[in-house]
Design a protein around this ligand. Structure first.
Ligand code: FAD
Length: 398
């Protein structure tokens, strides 16, 4: 293959692409291009343990391993700026990097609130540098306001409460997490905030974030004013596709791919948070922002791009976890369902399993503080198990 394998995006999916290509026996040159100056690192700890104490940055591999064992040329600290599929080159500023096979793993970028960029103390939490800034503010005892009661915002609130700091979460929707786990379970999980002393305000919008150079207060649409030294904006992420406009790839809430993670342009695959691929298990396109699928897709796309003809369909039951206070939330499957039923424990007690039914199939499962249960139901969802069988199984687990 002339031009070797080029991987754009040096994070989880990008690293796994490199490893996947080598594991599959690819012996040619590999170049890994990353916008951040850092070696690939693990993001989930950034909103969890990394905020608690002075933990080391969670790098996956040393530079030596990447360069010598994985024989990878690293181009870090500068983003890829364009892709020319016809000439098979990726541009990084003025430089052109030719490829034989290409994996695009540029992930997602945190959404910001317009008009707040000029204020110190207002952060998103997507990168290691973001996490260092948030941790420093917590070290200084910041009064914290989190905007958005999603998973990352909720984890930041947990970290602040663990230090005994005052935290308010402001959520525009009446119930948090509706899109991720549905209304009833969104309510059940957000009860953890109340139980842990976080002031959760739902159904109210932010009108302004104010301060003189540095954030001082957040003004809400209902007239409330919240004093703040730290504001963390957790309002979701958007796929990092800006650099691909005009490339000829199909962009629609991510890079649209088939079941093989192939983009339809010869030699070009996508993986991780940026990929909206056809998941054969559910018969639909999906774009996930989950650690497990990013890792698995990276491995599959790396092998497929490096060794033409070796691509296999990738299917999965979506899975993610989140840690709030001392609780672990896990979800498998898809959340839009005809019925959600608690089958073990109870929502008041802070430990339960809820199952999600679509038609006569089990299509989702949520566990709060029941870490050993979720994978059993994930397996059933993957086998297209029936609702009746899932309930019978649940009865044996009580
Ligand atoms: P990313 O990790 O987003 O990496 C993309 C990389 O590409 C970045 O380094 C970016 O700088 C780089 N890049 C972007 N544009 C360019 C360009 N033009 N040129 C070169 N490089 C570029 N998932 C869970 O399942 N459970 C969790 O508990 C959990 N916690 C999380 C906590 C945080 C704080 C965050 C941010 C995410 C969390 N996730 C969690 C999600 C999980 O980390 C992501 O799904 C995963 O990181 C996706 O990997 P990726 O490689 O596809 O993309």
């Amino acid at each position: 293959m002339t031009g070797g394998l080029v991987v754009v995006g040096a994070s989880l999916a990008g690293l796994r692409a490199v490893e996947g290509a080598r594991r599959a026996g690819f012996d040619g040159p590999i170049t890994l291009i990353g916008a951040e100056p850092h070696l690939p690192y693990d993001r989930p700890p950034l909103s969890k343990a990394f905020l608690d104490a002075s933990r080391e940055a969670p790098f996956y591999r040393t530079e030596e391993t990447l360069r010598q064992e994985l024989r990878t040329r690293l181009l870090l600290g500068e983003p890829a700026t364009a892709l020319d599929c016809r000439r098979r080159v990726v541009s990084v500023g003025d430089r052109e990097i030719p490829y034989g096979g290409l994996v695009i793993a540029t992930g997602a970028t945190a959404r910001r609130l317009p008009g707040t960029g000029h204020l110190a103390g207002v952060h998103t939490l997507r990168t290691l540098d973001d996490a260092i800034a948030v941790r420093e503010a917590l070290d200084d005892g910041a009064r914290t306001v989190v905007i958005g009661a999603g998973f990352i915002g909720s984890e930041v609130a947990s970290a602040a409460r663990k230090r005994g700091l005052p935290v308010t979460i402001v959520e525009a929707l009446p119930t948090p997490l509706v899109r991720a786990i549905g209304t009833a379970m969104g309510e059940a999980c957000s009860a953890l905030h109340l139980a842990n002393g976080t002031d959760l305000r739902c159904g109210v919008a932010v009108r302004a974030i104010e301060g003189d150079g540095r954030v001082e207060r957040v003004r809400l649409a209902d007239g409330t004013v919240l004093d703040a030294d730290l504001v963390v904006v957790g309002v979701g992420a958007a796929p990092a596709t800006d650099w691909l406009h005009g490339s000829g790839l199909t962009l629609d809430n991510g890079i649209v791919c088939d079941a093989h993670l192939a983009t339809g342009v010869p030699g070009v695959y996508a993986a991780g948070d940026i990929a909206r691929w056809f998941n054969p298990l559910f018969g639909r396109h999906m774009r996930l922002e989950h650690w497990n699928s990013a890792a698995e897709q990276g491995g599959a796309a790396g092998a497929a791009a490096a060794l033409p003809g070796s691509a296999k369909p990738y299917e999965t039951v979506p899975y993610f976890w989140s840690d709030w206070y001392d609780a672990r939330i896990q979800f498998a499957g898809i959340p839009d369902a005809d019925e959600v039923k608690v089958v073990a424990g109870d929502t008041e007690a802070g430990a339960f399993v809820a199952l999600y039914r679509t038609g006569d199939r089990l299509t989702g499962a949520l566990a709060l503080n029941k870490p050993r249960e979720i994978m059993k139901y994930r397996g059933q969802i993957g086998r297209r198990g029936s609702w009746a069988d899932a309930l019978d199984f649940a009865a044996t687990r009580r």
